[in-house]
Design a binder for this molecule. Structure first.
Ligand code: ADP
Ligand code: ZN
Ligand code: ZN
Length: 730
């Protein structure tokens, strides 16, 4: 090798927090750019990695450097901005760069499939065009084929030729004679035709006009507007503007499957290709959608979390809908926040980013109020749907049966009698969360988790919601063998059961993970709801998102009290978001929505303030509390979690880790402590929390701890991970 040879710096999919150096393969085009895939030897394997840069020097001695086998892409599969986003993420989330890049691309690209849809066309060569066709006098089929190809500058593909009655043998003969050649073609990228904009005859309100006009060429906008205030309409109008300039839009949503109506509005509005990227796709479908986006063919790309890494050939705008939603943060492996990365991507690509929510996260509100984001407010609903009213039903000194108090039953009755629908929210699926022995107070627990087993009617089984563990319902107490076991607590199935007794003859629909397992069942229930008539809908989180149920005039939150017991500093923020999200599902023109919340703490000040003064005031106060207590967003946090099959090892590892000297007095360590649910899926879990007012200092500290961990013998006996800006602190 020449000592002047440039070395390739390649991110290889391994759990190691580093990239690797390789000698270039033979015949590497000089203009090969970072973002291209290479096949490289790794240990005894051959893996596909991504070039992230070049280097002249390496810590690895020259004689030990191995040569990359092969370049796989003629041009980068990841454009500069996306590569930069990935490298930034690997750094910020302290996650192995190879794994970050692997998670950023579709599975089939990891396996080496081409990054572009290529088709082969047959084209007449120069010689073919100039040749005297009489020389083909004795091969009339070849002559006919050549005549056809000469006339068509861009040639034809095999299918078209076959349709014209030309066989492959004929073509092969022409290729051998040098009269025709095969050429790889990528689908042409054309300007978007916006001939049909189906604007649903909507005239923007002046409030919406102001909002839309405030959106500029780059920067971040926080669009705060109650449900039904026309946020989606703003996204659509803003996207229309950028489509007219032939740019593409990326729209991130928490869960596509739950909100088919929203997706439909995007695809019905414009006659440009719209592609969806979500977990329900096959590998091939995902690759196709990715190619449509990255080649520039798709006008709108709608996707969940991981779509934030999808390349766009002509990026124009990013929209993050329901920006407060916890599912925008990845909860395992590479724990990134798709919302935060969307904002960063917007900066890298110099395009506008719209964050929208009825109940923005406190971080985003803080960013808007400190001027980092432009704040846009929609205070009114364009169609005359009255704002819903909220009421707390005091449960103190009041009996309930299976979750229903008397006043609640009366309220439901009234709404049903007036011909409308009622929505009942309870975020606990199954029938009863506790199986209890009244003799010895034994409860049925999961042996793999510190959690109770939930009784499910279907199959009469006990199910652990944390690990999926399943047991038949026992007849006798495991401890004292008494036979009179009791089912305590309420789940959606019990609510459904009770409603059928309370309101015989009224249709009850239940939407939760159990009732929607069958494909199409969610959609058919949504259709039944939309068709009207008195009906009660019971559901979990799944009904709190995105939908608008126009026939519902009463939303009920059966139980809010667990928020008041939570030790998580985000519990109140979540409670407020949940109440308003559930509340916002109801109401239609002419009939105002009504929201009833049952609580033993009707005077809880935060709850009262939310209802009386609205979300903004509520959020202001919570932010003030966060500031006073030095909590995010006024400090930055990271968690190191560890888990092990042995009861003590995870904790021991974290103790060893925390015993090391801090890099700066400006970092606070909390713990290590066992996790709230210490045992889960057979693993004992513990955690160590780092916080600092300086991001830079926090990250330096994490770098240091990772070094310790990588040299620790104990670390090899546990599974450990880092979560930067954790959403869940358990
Ligand atoms: P959000 O996303 O804030 O919940 P949407 O954009 O979905 O609100 O608007 C709610 C409903 O109001 C939709 O049915 C939408 O078509 C309609 N809408 C939005 N803007 C207007 C407007 N300016 N005039 C009439 N209807 C509108
Ligand atoms: Zn379990
Ligand atoms: Zn017992």
């Amino acid at each position: 090798m020449h000592s002047s040879e440039r070395l390739l710096e390649i991110a290889v999919p391994t759990p190691l927090r580093r990239s690797f150096h390789y000698l270039p393969p033979d015949e590497l085009p000089a203009d090969t750019k970072p973002g291209c895939r290479f096949r490289v030897p790794f240990g005894s394997k051959s893996l596909i990695g991504i070039l992230i840069g070049y280097t002249e020097e390496s810590n690895t001695p020259l004689e030990k450097l191995r040569r990359a086998e092969k370049l796989l892409d003629p041009k980068p599969i990841l454009p500069e901005a996306i590569l930069k986003l990935c490298l930034w993420s690997a750094d910020y989330y302290h996650h192995p760069v190879g794994d970050v890049l692997a998670s950023a691309i579709p599975v089939l690209l990891r396996k080496g499939k081409p990054g572009q849809q290529v088709s082969h066309r047959l084209i007449a060569t120069k010689k073919g065009k100039e040749t005297d066709q009489s020389s083909l006098q004795r091969a009339p089929l070849q002559k006919a084929a050549l005549t056809l190809l000469v006339r068509q500058m861009n040639g034809y593909d095999r299918k078209q030729l076959k349709a014209a009655g030309i066989s492959s043998a004929t073509i092969q003969a022409l290729i051998r004679k040098g009269l025709v050649r095969r050429q790889e073609m990528t689908a042409p990228v054309t300007a978007f035709s916006l001939n049909k904009v189906n604007s649903e005859n909507i005239m923007l309100t002046s409030e919406q006009e102001v909002a839309l006009n405030s959106i500029g060429d780059h920067g971040t906008w926080l669009i705060q507007g109650i449900t039904g205030s026309g946020k989606t309409e703003i996204y659509l109008r803003a996207i229309e503007k950028i489509l007219r300039k032939n740019f593409q839009a990326l729209v991130l949503v928490p869960e596509i499957g739950l909100t088919p109506q929203t997706v439909q509005r995007f695809s019905n509005r414009f006659d440009v290709p719209v592609v969806l990227l979500h977990s329900g796709l096959t590998d091939q479908e995902r690759l196709n959608a990715w190619r449509m986006a990255s080649s520039g063919q798709a006008g709108i790309v709608i996707g969940t979390r991981s779509a934030v890494f999808t390349p766009l050939a002509r990026p124009g705008m990013i929209v993050v809908d329901e920006e407060h939603d916890a599912s925008l943060k990845q909860h395992d492996g590479f724990r990134y926040s798709a919302r935060d990365l969307a904002v960063l991507r917007g900066q890298f690509e110099h395009i506008p980013v719209l964050l929208g929510s009825a109940t923005p996260s406190l971080e985003s509100l803080n960013n808007a109020w400190t001027g980092k984001y432009t704040s846009v407010q929609l205070r009114h609903r364009p169609v005359d749907i009255a704002k819903e009213s909220y009421q707390i039903i005091n449960l103190r000194n009041r009996e309930t049966r299976d979750g229903f108090s008397k006043p609640l039953i009366r309220l439901i009755e009234q709404h049903l009698q007036s011909g409308s629908q009622v929505l009942i929210f309870l975020n606990r699926r199954g029938f009863a969360p506790v199986l209890h022995c009244p003799e010895c107070h034994w409860t049925a627990n999961c042996h793999r988790c510190d959690a109770r087993m939930t009784f499910h009617l279907h199959g009469q089984r006990l199910l652990c919601h944390h690990c999926g563990n399943e047991n038949p319902m026992p007849q006798y107490c495991e401890q004292c063998h008494a036979g009179n076991l009791l089912l305590l607590g309420i789940g959606t199935q019990k609510i459904e059961d009770r409603l059928k007794i309370l309101f015989p003859g009224v249709r009850v629909l239940r939407i939760d993970r159990d009732s929607t397992r069958r494909k199409g069942s969610l959609n058919s229930m949504l259709a039944e709801l939309a068709s009207g008539g008195p009906l009660i809908l019971v559901g979990t989180q799944m009904i709190a998102k995105g939908h608008h149920f126009s026939e519902v005039t009463l939303s009920v939150i059966v139980d809010i009290d667990s928020s008041f017991y939570s030790t998580d500093f985000k519990a109140m923020e979540r409670m407020g978001q949940l109440i308003l999200q559930v509340g916002g599902r109801s109401g239609r023109s002419g009939k105002a929505g009504h929201v009833a919340i049952q609580s033993h703490f009707p005077d809880q000040p935060v709850l009262k303030q939310l209802i009386r003064e609205g979300y903004t005031q509520f959020a202001k106060n919570l932010l003030q509390e966060r500031r006073d207590n030095n909590l995010p967003p006024f400090c930055h946090q990271a968690l190191i979690r560890a888990e092990s099959k042995s009861r003590t090892r995870a904790l021991e590892f974290l103790e060893e880790l925390s015993a090391n000297e801090r890099s700066s007095p400006r970092v606070d360590l909390l713990g290590p402590v066992p996790s709230t649910m210490e045992k889960r899926e057979g693993f004992y879990r513990a955690q160590l929390l780092f916080s600092s007012t300086s991001r830079r200092i926090l990250h330096a500290e994490l770098d240091l701890r990772i070094k310790f961990a990588e040299n620790s013998k104990l670390a090899r006996k546990v599974r450990w991970s880092i979560d930067v800006d954790p959403v869940d602190l358990y």
